[in-house]
Ligand binder design. Structure first.
Ligand SMILES: *Cc1c(COP(=O)(O)O)cnc(C)c1O
Length: 388
């Protein structure tokens, strides 16, 4: 039985990427590495669907969020943060930590953000020049429909910052089409890489804005980092191996094609959702905003103990590692990560083993044909993903 690491990050690293990283170390200020940085930045522009600059920082996704805040706020200045879950809350906390006057637009977990609410918050706070919002909320399996929300912010001339850590490269997020100023992602989510590298697309307007913003910053300075990256270097020592892996991962994505990558995620996600429901389990997210990278499932019978038993049985007996709930959802849900290196066959294996584990813990009496439901779903056209 092959091991299935299906938490929403870190995700599996394919052999090709592992091999690209398993090479003797090179000089991070030499010509070989300069080529790698330049190719990665070009590849990321393609994957982000943008002509904006790409900036990389050696850090996790949260470091990428912090980079956005320290470059775009000034102490005491208002900023609007939209939160639909744990990662949205984290973004707002970073704002508070750096002295921003945080105007929070909060939703019940499981729901998606609404353009009218964002418009109201922006209108009531004309001094707030920056809007921070999550694209795909990994803690709840909700993917915001960003197109109408971005339109509302653009009409009002605001800078838009998007946490796309668990979506860019897996779910369509056309950065330039939506006019997103800063979009953040992280290596260990849909990019088929180990944790350790964050990358951001940054518009000319955001770079200009950063020059005037007064938040203290050192490591995460956009403009200094960009100066180095335009020369094929990074300001500090980068995770050289991950950058070499990123070049290979981007090559794999190019070979498949972006629309095909998005469609693969949508198909597997749709199959997983339908078969999970066939297993008499309930999905957590508002069906209008289902995420195609992570599915949150309510605990069997709402029982936290049984939920843990299911996760343990899957891991210990069936070689499938799923995630529990974060923060206030601990014990209330489990989450299936289906992003990055995930095939239709991987989805089938997850479902068939989930079914066995549910029988084993006594939640269902006998198999219900969940794999057939999965197969049937994959035979149909994939559900349409949110526009952005
Ligand atoms: C994973 C994740 C983060 C944080 O990333 P770390 O690498 O754990 O710091 C932020 N936002 C979203 C939406 C994520 O999925």
């Amino acid at each position: 039985m092959s091991f299935q690491l299906r938490i929403p990050g870190p995700t599996p690293v394919p052999k090709r990427v592992q091999e690209a990283m398993s090479v003797p170390m090179i000089n991070h200020r030499g010509p070989t590495f300069a080529r790698a940085i330049t190719e990665c930045r070009e590849g990321l522009k393609w994957a982000f669907q943008t002509s904006n600059e790409i900036i990389m920082f050696p850090c996790s996704g949260t470091g990428g969020l912090e980079a956005a805040v320290v470059n775009l706020t000034s102490p005491g200045e208002k900023a609007v943060f939209v939160s639909i879950g744990s990662f949205g809350d984290r973004f707002a906390k970073i704002g508070t930590a750096y002295g921003a006057e945080v105007v929070k637009v909060d939703y019940d977990w499981g729901k998606g953000a609404q353009p009218d609410d964002v418009a109201r918050a922006l209108d009531e706070n004309p001094e707030a020049r920056v809007l921070y919002i999550t694209h795909n909320e990994t803690s709840t399996g909700v993917c915001n429909d960003l197109a109408p929300i971005a339109a509302v912010a653009k009409e009002r001339g605001r800078i838009i910052v998007v946490d796309g850590v668990s979506s860019v490269g897996s779910i369509n997020l056309p950065v330039d089409e939506l006019g997103l100023d800063v979009v953040i992602s992280g290596s260990q989510k849909g990019w088929m890489l180990p944790p350790g590298l964050a990358f951001l697309s940054v518009s000319a307007a955001a770079l200009e804005f950063a020059r005037a913003a007064r938040c203290p910053r050192f490591y995460f300075d956009f403009n200094r980092e960009l100066e180095f990256e335009l020369k094929g270097q990074t300001f500090t020592t980068p995770p050289v191996s991950i950058v070499l892996g990123l070049r290979e991962a981007l090559q794999m994505l190019r070979e498949e094609g972006l629309p095909e990558v998005f469609a693969r995620h949508a198909r597997v996600a749709d199959g997983v959702r339908r078969s999970v429901q066939a297993l008499e389990l309930d999905l957590f997210a508002d069906p209008r905003y289902f995420s195609n990278t992570v599915t949150a499932v309510r605990a069997p019978r709402g029982d936290g103990g049984l939920n843990q038993e299911l996760v343990n049985t899957l891991r210990d007996k069936y070689q499938v590692e799923l995630a529990g709930g974060q923060g206030k959802l601990s014990g209330q849900i489990f989450r299936i990560g289906h992003l990055g290196d995930i095939s239709a066959d991987d989805g089938r294996q997850i479902i068939s083993r989930l079914e066995l584990a549910l029988v084993e813990i006594g939640y269902i009496d006998a198999p219900v044909g969940a794999v057939d439901v999965y197969e049937a779903a994959l035979g149909q056209p994939a559900a349409v993903a949110p526009s952005g």
